[in-house]
Write a protein that binds this ligand. Structure first.
Ligand SMILES: [Zn+2]
Length: 120
């Protein structure tokens, strides 16, 4: 990944092994969204290795370095969702129930037949 003032290597790296293979194009998209959002965007998951995905029982969407989970809820989640769609994130996962601390939006720009959205 390239150096930037918004996101650190640590927050975009795999939580189990520290490996980082994040897409520069996705990072540019993320930065555009962050600049428009103009508030902190806490990344709870960026790149994940295949072993880590397997160990937490998640899909492999994070293994391409084109996906992030952003800790956000309520009105801020609404705002970020609109910006993310406008900036071209085409895979949107929504977890907006339970305690606010655990709520997040998954944003990715994986190649698919078309944009998609799902809930957790
Ligand atoms: Zn790992």
């Amino acid at each position: 990944m390239f150096k930037n003032i918004y996101f650190t290597k640590a927050e975009l790296s795999c939580r189990c092994c520290g490996e980082l293979h994040f897409s520069d194009d996705t990072l540019r998209r993320l930065i555009r969204a962050r600049v428009r959002f103009n508030k902190p965007m806490v990344i709870t998951s960026g790149y994940r290795c295949r072993d880590h995905c397997a160990s937490i029982g998640s899909t492999m969407t994070h293994t391409t370095g084109q996906a992030v989970d952003v800790s956000v809820s309520g009105g801020r989640a609404y705002e970020l969702l609109g910006i993310a769609i406008e900036e071209g994130f085409t895979g949107i996962g929504i977890k907006q129930h339970g305690s606010h601390k655990g709520r997040f939006l998954h944003l990715d720009d994986l190649e698919r037949t078309g944009p998609t959205i799902w809930s957790y």
